[in-house]
Design a protein around this ligand. Structure first.
Ligand SMILES: [Zn+2]
Length: 373
C-alpha cells in the first residue's frame, strides 16, 4: 500500500491510499479558489442529559445531491475540478469542508462536564459551551461513482480498512481528540446529500454518550463477574445460534437479542481488541469478506439497495480501553420494501425503541438472503 498526504487549495489535508506502490503520483495541485473553511462550530453542554451537543450552523450551505457530472467526490477530470485534484484514486480521505468539529488552536478541550463541588451551579456551568474542536473527514471508498462498497472486491474493502486504521492512529494523536468514529450513512432515506460511495470519520473532543453508557455497563459487569461484557454477549450469541447471520474464521455477525431496528447486525472479531489498529492482517482480510457478506445479504433482502448506517464502535483514545471491544453495528430504517421505520414519539421522545420485527425473524431472513444471492 502507498500513502500520499498533500493539501487542498484551502489548506485542508487530503490523503490517498493506493493498493499498488506503482500507482501514478497523486500529488496534483488543487487549482480551485476556495474561501477559508469555517471552524465556527461549538459544543454546548446539556446539563439535564449530561451530554454535549454540537452546534454547527455553517453546515446549512452544504451541497445537496448534485448530479453525477457535478459530483465533488469523483476525481477531477478535464475542467471539472472536485474535492479530489487527482485524475483517479483507489481510496482517498480528506478534511470535510463543512465540519461539525474542526481544528482550532489554543482552546480548552471538553474533558469532563462542569460541576463537582456542592455550591449552587452558575449559569456558566448550566449553559457551558466550548469550541467544537476535533476533526471531520470524508472517506471516498472508490473513484467509481456507481459502485457502492457492497459491490467492491474484498481486496478493495481491505484498503478501506487500512484507511480507517491510518486515520484512527493519526486522529488519536491530536491533543483534543477523545474518540474516533468511522461510519457510513447510505441512502437518501438516511439523509445522505452526496450519492458517491463514501463514509465519514468524526474525531470528537469528548467520549460520546453511547460509548460512555456501554462502558459503564461493561464496568459493572466486570465488577460483578471479572469478565468482559461484550465477550460474554458474543459467546452467548454464538452458543444460542438463532440470531447468527454469518461467521468466519475471525468474525461473527449476528442480530442482537434486543435489536432496536428492523434490520440490525453487529459484527464482532472473535478476539477482543480495543480498536481497528489492533486488528492483525488476517483479521483485516477476513473482515472484508464478512462485511461484504452482510451488506450483500442486506441488499438482497428486498431486492434493492438498502439504506443503512454502519457505525464502528472503538475504544476511547485515553480511557477505559481495557473494557471496550471493537465492533461494527450496521442497521437500517427499512422495515419492508416500501416502508420506513421513523423515530417517532416513543423513540425520539423517551428513547424507547419499538421494533416491529423480531430479531430472530430478521436473522433468518438475512441468512436466507445470504444463501440465495
Ligand atoms: Zn462521484
Amino acid at each position: 500500500m502507498r500513502r500520499t498526504s498533500t493539501r487542498l487549495a484551502d489548506g485542508r489535508e487530503i490523503i490517498y491510499f493506493d493498493a499498488s506502490d506503482s500507482a501514478p503520483d497523486r500529488r496534483v495541485a488543487d487549482p480551485r479558489e476556495l474561501g477559508p473553511v469555517s471552524t465556527a462550530s461549538e459544543i454546548r453542554y446539556d446539563a439535564a442529559l449530561d451530554e454535549w451537543v454540537a452546534i454547527a450552523s455553517h453546515r446549512q450551505g452544504r451541497t445537496h445531491l448534485p448530479s453525477a457530472d457535478q459530483c465533488p467526490l469523483c476525481p477531477s477530470r478535464g475542467e471539472h475540478h472536485t474535492e479530489v485534484p487527482a485524475e483517479d484514486y483507489d481510496v482517498v480521505v480528506f478534511e470535510n469542508r463543512f465540519p461539525s468539529f474542526a481544528a482550532a488552536a489554543d482552546v480548552l478541550p471538553a474533558g469532563s462536564p462542569p460541576g463537582g463541588d456542592h455550591g449552587a451551579a452558575s449559569s456558566e456551568e448550566l449553559f457551558a459551551r466550548r469550541p467544537g474542536v476535533g476533526r471531520c473527514e470524508v472517506v471516498c471508498f472508490t473513484s467509481d461513482h456507481d459502485s457502492p462498497i457492497s459491490r467492491l472486491p474484498p481486496e478493495h474493502v481491505r484498503l478501506v480498512v487500512e484507511a480507517w486504521v491510518d486515520r484512527t492512529c493519526e486522529l488519536s494523536r491530536l491533543p483534543h481528540v477523545e474518540q474516533v468514529f468511522c461510519f457510513e450513512n447510505r441512502g437518501e432515506e438516511i439523509g445522505v446529500t452526496l450519492g458517491h460511495p463514501h463514509g465519514q470519520i468524526y474525531a470528537y473532543p469528548f467520549v460520546t454518550p453511547r460509548t460512555r453508557r456501554m462502558l459503564g455497563s461493561a464496568r459493572r459487569h466486570r465488577e460483578r463477574t471479572w469478565r468482559n461484557l461484550f465477550a460474554d454477549l458474543l459467546a452467548a450469541e454464538v452458543d444460542d445460534g438463532s440470531r447468527i447471520v454469518s461467521t468466519s474464521e475471525h468474525w461473527v455477525a449476528f442480530v442482537p437479542a434486543a435489536a432496536r431496528w428492523p434490520i440490525e447486525v453487529h459484527i464482532y472479531p472473535r478476539r477482543r481488541v480495543p480498536d481497528l489498529p489492533a486488528l492483525d492482517d488476517a483479521e483485516r482480510d477476513d473482515f472484508a469478506r464478512i462485511y461484504l457478506d452482510v451488506l450483500r445479504a442486506m441488499d438482497n433482502l428486498y431486492g434493492l439497495p438498502l439504506p443503512y448506517i454502519s457505525a464502528w464502535h472503538q475504544a476511547p483514545v485515553r480511557i477505559d480501553r481495557d473494557l471496550a471491544y471493537l465492533h461494527l453495528e450496521v442497521f437500517s430504517v427499512k422495515r419492508a420494501a416500501n416502508k420506513l421505520k421513523y423515530l417517532a414519539g416513543s423513540e425520539s421522545g423517551m428513547g424507547v425503541f419499538i421494533n416491529d420485527v423480531t430479531p430472530e425473524q430478521a436473522a433468518a431472513a438475512l441468512r436466507a438472503a445470504n444463501e440465495s444471492r
